[in-house]
Structures are given as structure tokens and as C-alpha cells.
Design a protein around this ligand. Structure first.
Ligand SMILES: [Zn+2]
Ligand SMILES: [Zn+2]
Length: 326
């Protein structure tokens, strides 16, 4: 069966292009967040040690978040019942009561995190104080304003919004970013808005004009003069985003691909291979979307298992085409 009309519009194609570009931005800011996490966590712990009068490499690792964070309204953790008892802290449980750290470090770290937070409102729900001395990202998660990141241990496993929030809310990141992070609507702030706008769009459509604006902003992030402009991978990502921005998108759904430019010998058999769920060397860069919203890039010459039922967008020079395997 050959479909005569496309089931997907060019604006659907814009949405796919935007997802590809957002993934490239996310991968590009990962090294920046990793570098900052390592550097600022060390600074925060060292400051706490010095204030406690310790000049070695003392660590704690025994205080829980309950132990370290004082019981106070407005800290995002403590809520009180009608008798004034905190629902978070429990004075009868040693692991859930507030206490002074035996090393004098952990309560100081809490205070320093708050002082380095742009809005003085860290999210301690995202962190486990016992891991502060093992994983540099554990402290950085306090700078993500929404909870739900407690089980996440790495920068790679954190979504773009989480990473941008760390950069924006941890004031120390200003030393790795040229844009003024304290300014309203700075490029990192706008990037977070665009990501949210894309993912929360009611119709999952992006107009050509919006897409061009989004791409322009993404490029200005990747060209931020302090760290990203000197990072080879970020610059390669910028080139790819430019290529995506310059491509036209044609998306077809159906059993067969109707595209006059497709070579039946190569492109069509490629589509057939996907339908047969076979392991096949990839001949070109391919963006695989399964389910919509998930994104994986496999590159030329690699072996990759393509699952039946995936939407596969075959990226070629200045042109995308897609098959919907049946
Ligand atoms: Zn409390
Ligand atoms: Zn402690």
C-alpha cells in the first residue's frame, strides 16, 4: 500500500529537529556542569572544613540530610502538624533528628550551599548528605528547584532542565560562563524556557519562525565565550545544529516511502530492513525516535539493533525522510 498523503506535517518535522538540537545542547553542557560540580563541591567542602578549624581532608559521610539541615520553616523540608511537630524531622530517631555534625562540617555545608544559591532556596529533598563526600554532583542537585532528582547520581542521567538549573542557580557557575547569569532572561534562562515550551506544547508543533529562533539561542549558548566556545565537542554540536537548522524536513508515514529522491536500491531496502528488525550496518547518520520524545543517534558504519515499530528518521544532507515500519 502506498499512502498518497503524509500523516505528518512539516511542523512535526520541526518538532523532531528541535528534539535533535536539544539533545546536542544537553550533551554539550554536560562537561561544563561536571567541571563546575567538581570544582565548587571541593570549594564548598573546603570552606566548611576551614570554618570548622580543620585543615586536613576530613570528611563526615555519617550525617543524614535530616541530621544536617536545621528544623526551620521555609527550608522546603519541614512542615508542621497542628501541635508544632515537624513531619520531616523526628527527634526520637537518630537518623531523622537534627544534630550538630561530630566533625563540624555538614551543618556548615548546608549554610554554604544556601549562600551560594542565587535565590537562597536550595532543594535539600534532592540530596543525601551521606554522599556529599563521594559524589560531587550530590551537592549540586540542591540547586535544581524541583524535586525528583534524589535517585539520580550523574550529570549524564540528569535532564537538560536540571543541568541548566544548576548553572543558573549555583552562583559559582559564573566563573565558567560569560553570559551574566544574574541578569533576567539571560540566554541560559531563555534556553530553559524554550525546552519547557517545546516539551509542554499542547500540539507538539513548532513553527518555522520559532524553530529558527530556538536554534539561534542554542548556538549562542554553545558559543558562550568562557568555556563552551573553547570546547571541541560543543563546537561540533554547534555545527550539527546549524546543519539541522538549514535542512528541510519531509516526513512520510506508511508502508513505503514516497520520495522521488530515494534510491530504491539502497534507501528502500534500508526501510525494509528496519521492518524486518534485522541487524544491519548503518549507512548514514540516523536519528531514531522511539517513543516520540526519546532520541538516539547512531552513526555511519555502526551496528545497531533497530526495533520493529520505531519511527526512523533518516537524516541525509539537507533532507530528512522517515518510514513508519509496519
Ligand atoms: Zn524539621
Ligand atoms: Zn556530618
Amino acid at each position: 500500500m502506498v499512502r498518497s498523503e503524509p500523516a505528518m506535517t512539516d511542523e512535526d518535522g520541526n518538532f523532531l529537529k528541535s528534539l535533535s538540537a536539544l539533545r546536542l545542547v544537553k550533551e554539550s553542557v554536560e562537561p561544563l556542569v561536571k567541571k563546575g560540580s567538581l570544582q565548587y563541591t571541593e570549594e564548598i567542602i573546603n570552606q566548611a572544613r576551614q570554618e570548622a578549624g580543620l585543615y586536613g581532608k576530613d570528611i563526615c559521610g555519617h550525617c543524614t540530610t535530616h541530621n544536617a539541615v536545621p528544623c526551620k520553616p521555609g527550608n522546603g523540608l519541614c512542615h508542621y502538624d497542628k501541635d508544632g511537630n515537624c513531619r520531616f524531622h523526628d527527634t526520637s530517631d537518630p537518623l531523622k533528628a537534627f544534630k550538630i555534625c561530630p566533625k563540624g562540617i555538614c551543618n556548615r555545608i548546608v549554610r554554604i550551599i544556601k549562600s551560594r544559591h542565587r535565590f537562597h532556596s536550595p532543594t535539600f529533598k534532592n540530596t543525601d548528605a551521606r554522599r556529599w563526600f563521594q559524589n560531587p554532583f550530590e551537592i549540586m542537585k540542591c540547586f535544581i528547584p524541583t524535586d525528583g532528582y534524589q535517585a539520580i547520581e550523574t550529570v549524564e542521567k540528569t535532564d537538560l532542565v536540571g543541568l541548566l538549573s544548576v548553572i543558573i542557580n549555583c552562583k559559582s557557575f559564573q566563573s565558567l560562563v560569560a553570559a551574566d547569569l544574574g541578569a533576567q532572561h539571560n540566554i541560559f534562562d531563555k534556553m530553559r524556557e524554550i525546552r519547557n515550551k517545546t516539551f509542554h506544547s499542547a500540539d507538539y508543533n513548532i513553527t518555522d519562525r520559532d524553530l529558527q529562533e530556538h536554534m539561534k539561542l542554542m548556538l549562542s549558548i554553545l558559543n558562550d565565550a568562557m568555556f563552551l566556545a573553547h570546547d571541541k565537542d560543543a563546537q561540533t554540536a554547534a555545527e550539527k545544529i546549524q546543519e539541522i537548522a538549514d535542512s528541510s524536513v519531509h516526513v512520510y508515514c506508511g508502508e513505503e516511502v514516497q520520495d522521488p529522491d530515494l534510491n530504491p536500491e539502497s534507501d528502500f531496502s534500508w526501510g525494509k530492513t528496519i521492518r524486518e528488525n534485522a541487524r544491519e550496518p548503518v549507512r548514514d547518520t540516523v536519528y531514531m525516535v522511539h517513543p516520540p520524545g526519546g532520541m538516539l543517534e547512531v552513526s555511519k558504519g555502526s551496528q545497531h539493533q533497530l526495533s520493529l515499530g520505531c519511527l526512523v528518521v533518516q537524516a541525509r544532507r539537507a533532507r530528512f525522510s522517515a518510514t513508519w515500519p509496519v
